[in-house]
Ligand binder design. Sequence first.
Ligand code: NAD
Ligand code: SER
Length: 307
Amino acid sequence: MKKILITGAYGQIGTVLTSALREKYGTDTVLVSDLHPKEEEKGQFELLDILDDKRLREIVDQYDITEIYHLAAVLSAVGEQRPRLAWKVNMEGLLNVLEVAKDYDLRVFFPSSIAAFGGASPREMTPQDTVMQPETVYGISKIAGESWCHYYYENFGVDVRSVRYPGIIGYQSLPGGGTTDYAVDIFHKAVAGNDYECFLKEDATLPMMCMGDAIRATIELMDAPAEQISVRTSYNIAAFSFSPLELATEIQKYFPDFKVTYKPDFRQKIADTWPESIDDAVARKEWNWKPGISFEAMVKSMISHLQ
Ligand code: NAD
Ligand code: SER
């Protein structure tokens, strides 16, 4: 019987993925875990620091876990502030998950990122396979993580699947310390009637995706028949790209008085090394990935939900 464990479940993506998986498979099929409890939790929860390998194994054993969606991580901006922590959590955490997956024959979802690319990669329509020399600790942990996933698939047959998420934008939850966080924060300010000071330059174009599409991509990839999955590092997926200025201009169609100023900080240096747009042809061909929501529709949806 299917039993899912989500690590880092109370983060930006986990909050929404949990609801989607519980809706699809039933509340009791999905056990969530994170570093801290949440009062409003309605389903099964366990405290789990992903660095605690022993506790992870106890949980897998106790609940007869069959799949792990491994979301626990330190993101790009926090990672540049605390590089050793980012490396430890992102690397040792993944290895703990892959080891338990090997021993208990579990399926695994591992989210990689556009941060796995670096300044030496083509910036526009960055291909699935290209030069990858990430320049942040977070990016280095993602490319190493992808390689470990491939290794565990090839050597131990672990059914591990992965996508390189772009920046994810959703109204349901708040982001947790990344470089693309501005694209969520800006909506909260606009809807509250406040101005916004952006920490990226006005022309810092990055690939982005709305939360609904990111969750659907995750579930569709995990549902795809194994023979359709040729990539065991991580798949490029894409929806749209925009700069802070383009986003502000679209929001101003709803709030004409909304003002945005630009004060780039250390996160601009991170964004400078990431792709502007992504070529996701391989995911489209192999498991029929297709984004469903346009940039304009995403802005409209964010505003109406936050209002
Ligand atoms: P988030 O920062 O919002 O959430 C991460 C969660 O992990 C938090 O709830 C945190 O408490 C938990 N966590 C941190 N350290 C932990 C530890 N030692 N043990 C257990 N839990 C721990 O992140 P997110 O945006 O939900 O991202 C989820 C995954 O998707 C991450 O792997 C991230 O790298 C990846 N990703 C996210 C985006 C995005 O735009 N949100 C883009 C690309 C990739
Ligand atoms: N959205 C993420 C970040 O900014 C990209 O992986 O860190």
